[in-house]
Design a protein around this ligand. Structure first.
Ligand SMILES: NC(=O)c1ccc[n+]([C@@H]2O[C@H](COP(=O)([O-])OP(=O)(O)OC[C@H]3O[C@@H](n4cnc5c(N)ncnc54)[C@H](OP(=O)(O)O)[C@@H]3O)[C@@H](O)[C@H]2O)c1
Length: 271
């Protein structure tokens, strides 16, 4: 019996799959291009994807319009005998409008599974090296341009802390019926971040504030959808309002150790 890891080619799923296997546990990666094909939009892929599966890590791309389908998949999974599900949404999801995609998924997981855990990470450290910020900066010669003042702070979390929490929740029943908001140990401003990466081979080493319209044109030029960019702009407003600077104790609560500081991540990742 195995754990099915959805989003297995993405930043989080890839790490969860590797970590489960490193621990000698049976796990299979699923996505449209993953080792086991799963497409939220193709119901014929669901049953084969669930073959031999008893636990599930669920992640659905933000602002993708896929949550209703993913919700139906979760019901199928529970009906086919999957008893444990761990869902990743994002910090603050619980405060979104009641009809938001992330709140819908969270309630579907609570309702469908006997054993469930929800993790809500803040922005990842790895967004600067392999995620959205790196992609944006690479297209502007290393300059990250966001509609956020450079003095705004975010309690970025290391994707390794997110991964360890998800894996712990998949294998240890003490995490069941827990909801964790995962942050790093301290808020870090964009100004501090580029000071740390200056002179390294980081994809991001300069920063400039732009307005939302400017960001919209740059991001849609790169192929990001209107809907995704609108959601990003909402999240950037939350950063500018200070909402993403909050630090929680939840990495410590879940793992019994401190979260990885950003300075350590930068030293290890880009120098
Ligand atoms: N990055 C951050 O800072 C951050 C912070 C907080 C929360 N989160 C949340 O964490 C979650 C994971 O983020 P991430 O950065 O790991 O995502 P990601 O790197 O963008 O990966 C998305 C995954 O979804 C799969 N996928 C896309 N369309 C699919 C479809 N139609 N059917 C099945 N699978 C599909 C992709 O694989 P294929 O292309 O092979 O299908 C990929 O594996 C997201 O919900 C995100 O909102 C991210």
């Amino acid at each position: 019996m195995s754990t099915l890891v959805t989003g297995a080619t993405g930043q989080v799923g890839r790490r969860v799959l590797t970590e489960l296997r490193t621990r000698g546990l049976s796990a299979v990666g699923a996505s449209r291009s993953g080792e086991r094909r799963l497409d939220w939009t193709d119901t014929s892929s669901w049953k084969p994807a669930l073959e031999g599966v008893r636990s599930l890590f669920v992640t659905v791309p933000m602002a993708s319009g896929l949550t209703e389908r993913a919700g139906a998949f979760l019901e199928s999974a529970a009906d086919s005998g999957v008893g444990t599900a761990v869902l990743a949404t994002a910090m603050g999801a619980e405060n979104g409008p009641p009809d938001s995609e992330q709140r819908f998924l969270e309630s579907r997981v609570r309702e469908s599974f006997d054993r469930w855990t929800i993790v809500r990470p803040n922005w990842f450290d790895q967004d600067f090296t392999e995620g959205l910020f790196a992609r944006l900066a690479r297209s502007r010669n290393g300059r990250l341009e966001l509609p956020v003042p450079k003095r705004s702070a975010v309690s970025f979390v290391d994707a390794r802390d997110v991964t360890d929490t998800i894996v712990a929740a998949l294998i240890d029943e003490r995490h069941h019926e827990h909801e964790y908001t995962l942050t790093g140990p301290a808020p870090v401003t964009f100004r501090e971040m580029v000071r740390m990466t200056k002179g390294t081979d980081s994809p991001v080493w300069r920063y400039k504030k732009v307005d939302e319209a400017g960001f919209y044109f740059r991001a849609t030029d790169m192929g990001l959808s209107d809907r995704y960019v609108d959601t990003l702009n909402e999240r950037f407003r939350a950063i500018a309002n200070g909402q993403a600077a909050k630090v929680t104790e939840d990495v410590r609560r879940a793992l019994g150790r401190d979260p990885v500081p950003m300075a350590k991540f930068v030293r290890e990742a880009v120098i």
